[in-house]
Design a protein around this ligand. Structure first.
Ligand SMILES: Cc1ncc(C[n+]2csc(CCOP(=O)(O)OP(=O)(O)O)c2C)c(N)n1
Length: 400
C-alpha cells in the first residue's frame, strides 16, 4: 500500500510517543483517522470534538506528556475551540491535528478558508500556535516546531489540508526527527491544585447533610487512597479545593478557564492512562447537562470512574447571585432523571436519598467500570466560598 502524508504523520506521532488519541471524524480528517490505527495509535472517537479535546487534556495531565486530538475543520474545529482555550489558559500541551479544505479548494462544502469558516484566522486571533502543512516537504520542520511548543506546555494546532494528507509520501521514513523524550516544564502542575484554601471553618460532621464539602469528605472515607480527583466548574471544584486542599490531597481542575463539563470528560482521558488508578469526578447537574453525552465514551472504554453528580436543580453560583434581585429562577435547571439517563447511556447509577449514605450507594454499584452517584444538594451552599485557589501552571503564573 502506498504511504501517504497521513501515514508519515501518523508514524511520526507514534514515534514521538502518542499511543492513544481522542478525536472526532469528518471528511477533511478521514486520511489521518485511518492512518493512526495503522501506525499503532489507538483512536478513541468521543461523542464530540469538545469532549475529545478535554479527554486528551485529562490524559496529558496524568501522564505529564503532551496528548493528541484530531478533528475536521469548520464545525469540527468550532467544537474544539473550548478545549484549545483551556489548553492555552491552563498551560496544557495539547496537539490538535485539524483537517482543512485542500489546496485544490475542495471540498467547497464546509470550506475552511477565507471564503468559509476562516479556521486559521480564527486560531491566530486566539493566539493558538498554528502550523500549516502547505506541502508534504514541510512535515519534518512542522513537527519539530510542534514539539518545541508542546514542551513549553502550550497547545499546538497542526492544520492539514486534506489533499496534502492524501498525497503519496516520498520523504524520510521517520518524519519525526528530533522527537522528544518529553521533559515537560512542570509535570503534573498544570491543571493540578493542592491549595489549603482560605475557608477554615470546619463543617459539621461528615454527613452529607453538611452539603458539598461533606460529600467530598465522605468520598475520601470510601474511595481508595490512590484515587485521582477531578472537580468540575462551580461548587463541586470549590468544595474539593477546600476539603482536599486542607488534607493536602491534590486534585485536577481547569483552574484558569474552568468550563462546565471539563472534568466530566477530562476524567475519561485520565482514566484511560492507567486502569489501576481509580478516578472520582465531582460534577454539577448544569455541567453534566453540557457533556453527559461523553458518559458513552467512559462506558465504551469501561473506565474506573466514579462520577458524583450534585443534583441541586440549579446553576449554583448564578442562583446565589441572582437571588438578591429575585431573578434566581433564571438559574434553575430542568428536572432530569439522572439515574435513568445514565442507564440509557449504559452507566449504572444510584440516587442517594435521605435514607442512604454514599457508602451504601457505592456498595450497591459495580466496583469496576464507570458508575454514578446522584446526590441531592442545596442550590447554593453557603459553606462553599470561592474564590479559593491560586492557579498552578497557569500562563499568568508562568508569565506567558
Ligand atoms: C461553559 C461555561 N459556561 C458558563 C460558565 C459560568 N459558570 C461557572 S459555574 C456555573 C454553574 C455551574 O452549575 P452546576 O454545574 O450545576 O454546578 P453547581 O450548581 O453544583 O455549582 C456557571 C454557569 C462556565 N464556567 N462554563
Amino acid at each position: 500500500m502506498t504511504q501517504t502524508v497521513a501515514d508519515a504523520l501518523a508514524g511520526a506521532l507514534v514515534a514521538a510517543g502518542f499511543r492513544r488519541c481522542f478525536g472526532y471524524l469528518g471528511y477533511m480528517v478521514d486520511q489521518l483517522s485511518q492512518a493512526l490505527p495503522r501506525a499503532g495509535c489507538e483512536v478513541v472517537i468521543a461523542a464530540s470534538e469538545t469532549g475529545a479535546g478535554y479527554m486528551a487534556q485529562g490524559l496529558a495531565l496524568v501522564s505529564a506528556r503532551p496528548a493528541l486530538t484530531f478533528c475536521s475543520g469548520g464545525p469540527g474545529l468550532a467544537m474544539l475551540l473550548p478545549a484549545l482555550q483551556v489548553a492555552r489558559l491552563d498551560g496544557i500541551p495539547l496537539l490538535a491535528v485539524v483537517g482543512q479544505t485542500g489546496n485544490n479548494g475542495l471540498p467547497t462544502f464546509q470550506n475552511t478558508g477565507p471564503a468559509g469558516s476562516r479556521d486559521r484566522e480564527l486560531l491566530a486571533a486566539l493566539r493558538i500556535t498554528t502550523l500549516h502543512l502547505q506541502t508534504p516537504a514541510d512535515l519534518p520542520a512542522i513537527l519539530q516546531a510542534a514539539w518545541d511548543r508542546l514542551k513549553e506546555g502550550a497547545p499546538v494546532v497542526l492544520s492539514a489540508p486534506c489533499d496534502v494528507l492524501a498525497t503519496p509520501w516520498f520523504g524520510p521514513k521517520d518524519a519525526a526527527q528530533g522527537a522528544p523524550p518529553w521533559s515537560l516544564r512542570d509535570p503534573m502542575a498544570a491543571g493540578r491544585s493542592s491549595q489549603a484554601l482560605p475557608c477554615d471553618e470546619a463543617i459539621p460532621g461528615t454527613s452529607r447533610t453538611g452539603g458539598y464539602r461533606a460529600v467530598v469528605a465522605e468520598l475520601l472515607d470510601h474511595l481508595p487512597a490512590h484515587t485521582l480527583w477531578f472537580g468540575d466548574a462551580g461548587q463541586t471544584r470549590h468544595a474539593m479545593g477546600i476539603e482536599l486542599g486542607r488534607r493536602g490531597v491534590p486534585f485536577f481542575e481547569s483552574a484558569s478557564s474552568g468550563p462546565m463539563g471539563w472534568a466530566l470528560a477530562a476524567a475519561i482521558g485520565a482514566a484511560s492512562h492507567d486502569a489501576a488508578s481509580p478516578i472520582c469526578c465531582f460534577t454539577g447537574d448544569g455541567s453534566a447537562l453540557m457533556l453527559a453525552n461523553e458518559w458513552t465514551t467512559a462506558v465504551k472504554l469501561h473506565l474506573p470512574i466514579t462520577y458524583v453528580l450534585a443534583d441541586n436543580g440549579a446553576l449554583g453560583q448564578p442562583f446565589g447571585r441572582l437571588r438578591a434581585s429575585g431573578a434566581e429562577n433564571l438559574a434553575r435547571l430542568p428536572v432530569v432523571d439522572w439515574t435513568a439517563l445514565a442507564a440509557a447511556l449504559g452507566m449504572p447509577a444510584r440516587r442517594i436519598d435521605e435514607n442512604l449514605t454514599l457508602g451504601d450507594g457505592l456498595a450497591a454499584l459495580p466496583p469496576s467500570g464507570p458508575r454514578l452517584l446522584v446526590v441531592p444538594l442545596p442550590e447554593r451552599d453557603p459553606a462553599v466560598k470561592p474564590p479559593y485557589s491560586l492557579t498552578l501552571g497557569s500562563p499568568i503564573a508562568h508569565g506567558r
